[in-house]
Design a binder for this molecule. Structure first.
Ligand code: FRU
Length: 503
């Protein structure tokens, strides 16, 4: 059947055919969530001279309808990553008395140049809910002064100053620009070039947003989110993302409409705050236009890594998005941290398989041996007892397994995909990825999404995240709960099958 081809994600967005990378232009408008994305419609390889904005819409963030590519390359060059906004007050003048519409702000990568060569920012508008787009005649609206890497504009409306703000990735810094009308932009400030240790690769796909702390309406912080590419590196001596290659980091601070300032002083910013400890979560940015009554900050990331993105063993298509996640800030003893939780809309896919409470298991047993599943949601809470390692083996068969485990001695959550089946397409793919995670009140909590080609684990209610692709055989459907070195006390365990989002 259609959409059941080998490795096809059943819970994640992927294009019907051909190449996809970064999510772009995410905006909610008149009842629809739009997801645009970097897309090469004619090839399973990225064609950087011919990048399009692919397009999908959803009314629940779960089920997606693919539409024809939205913004096409032309004389102006390829259409690289960017954002879209709802121009509610017609500041751009594109919508006359017809009311609001959508404006996309993206990077043109010049055709004659190689990847990373002169880049400019352009805009296009849509008066029909994102179905058709007109490029602005005055493009480009922003050109670089000196640097070659100058891309991925994320634009939002800043209420207090009544201005549009753009965060732009400019090689080793983020530059902020402001505009009253999306057409004329002026430089406001820059961030990051002077922070030592964060410049292993070029910055890409920034996001800047104001977000509540501990869901308290009166306490908010600004967070700056960056993706760090491993091509065209800036300082190879700086630390790599935890799982290598492409990774994401964040900073907490304040934004006054012109400049972003860090909460921590530079001395106390001891370690980079990584967003995901897996190999495959990149270029995530949040949806614009979410109604105030909802107020959530929601994103998807590209479930991939540039190290091996062009070598994936899937055939008709290449590239998938993560599940949509809500991001929040939460206060812990060590400070405020970014957490991520799967959006609540996903619960509509649940078909419960089993649920139990208060059970102690011994090493060598497998209480899940009767269950057979190639996609599932596993929600578990364990008490730290005498065991030294506990976890789940998923997508299991005689010679295949992916382990989602917790090493109690090292206080580490991990995914081990070294025996996940198709691993030889790139030397870095077979690996065990670890995230630091301490027990909370002597307990650990795990929420796991398993799909035909990925595993995403949210540890301790979204504090420690690992996102990894896997390519197991469809027949590998075994499931195991194991404990090593001692007994494991299960506080609660729920396993749900999840109905394919493609019906
Ligand atoms: C990030 C990125 C962006 C660029 C796009 C090109 O993955 O390199 O910086 O705009 O991909 O497809």
């Amino acid at each position: 059947i259609f959409f059941k081809n080998r490795f096809r994600p059943q819970l994640h967005y992927s294009p019907k055919k051909n190449w996809m990378n970064d999510p772009n232009g995410m905006v909610y408008y008149e009842g629809e969530y739009h997801l645009f994305y970097q897309h090469t419609p004619h090839d399973t390889e990225p064609d950087f001279d011919n990048m399009h904005w692919g397009h999908a819409v959803s009314n629940d963030l779960v089920h997606w309808e693919e539409l024809p590519p939205a913004i096409l390359p032309g004389e102006d060059g390829a259409i690289f990553s960017g954002s879209a906004v709802v121009d509610n007050n017609n500041t751009s003048g594109f919508f006359n008395e017809n009311g609001s519409g959508l404006v996309a702000i993206y990077t043109n990568n010049s055709n004659s140049a190689q990847y990373g060569k002169p880049q400019v920012q352009s805009i296009a508008y849509s008066r029909d809910k994102g179905r058709t787009w007109t490029k602005y005649k005055g493009n480009p609206v922003l050109f670089p002064m000196k640097t070659l890497d100058f891309r991925d504009p994320k634009v939002f409306w800043h209420d207090e100053s009544s201005m549009w703000v753009m965060a732009l990735a400019v090689r080793d810094r983020i530059e902020f620009y402001i505009s009253p009308n999306l057409k004329e932009w002026s430089f406001a400030s820059e961030f990051g070039s002077d922070i030592a240790g964060i410049h292993r690769g070029v910055f890409e796909c920034p996001d800047l947003l104001q977000i509540q702390v501990d869901e308290e309406p009166d306490i908010t912080k600004w967070i700056l989110i960056l993706s760090v590419g491993d091509r065209n590196g800036v300082n190879p001596k700086d630390p790599e993302p935890p799982a290598g290659g492409s990774g994401m980091m964040y900073f907490i601070g304040n934004f006054d409409g012109r400049s972003f300032t860090l909460d921590d002083t530079l001395e106390s910013l001891d370690a980079i705050r990584w967003i995901d400890y897996g190999s495959d979560f990149y270029a995530a940015v949040t949806w614009n236009g979410i109604p105030k009554e909802d107020g959530r900050k929601i994103w998807v990331g590209w479930l991939n890594n540039w190290r091996y993105a062009t070598a994936l063993p899937s055939k008709e298509w290449r590239g998938q998005m993560s599940i949509p996640r809500e991001i929040q800030l939460k206060t812990y003893p060590e400070g405020i941290r970014l957490i991520q939780v799967p959006v609540s809309e996903l619960s509509q896919l649940r078909k419960p398989i089993m649920s139990l409470q208060d059970l102690t298991i011994k090493p060598g047993s497998n209480i899940l041996s009767d269950i057979s599943t190639e996609k599932a949601e596993i929600i578990a809470e364990f008490e730290i007892g005498t065991a030294i390692e506990v976890g789940f083996k998923v997508r299991m068969s005689a010679n295949q397994e992916t382990i989602i485990g917790y090493n109690i001695l090292k206080e580490e959550l991990f995914i081990d995909r070294t025996k996940s089946n198709d691993i030889d397409f790139h030397p870095d793919f077979a690996a065990k990825h670890k995230a630091p995670m301490k027990p909370e009140h002597e307990r650990i909590q795990l929420s796991i999404y398993v799909d035909w080609a990925s595993v995403e684990v949210f540890g301790n209610k979204g504090k420690a995240i690992i996102s990894d692709m896997i390519f197991p055989d469809l027949e590998s459907r075994g499931l195991e709960l194991y404990t090593l070195g001692g007994e494991l006390k299960i506080v609660s365990l729920q396993i749900n099958d999840l109905v394919s989002i493609w019906g």
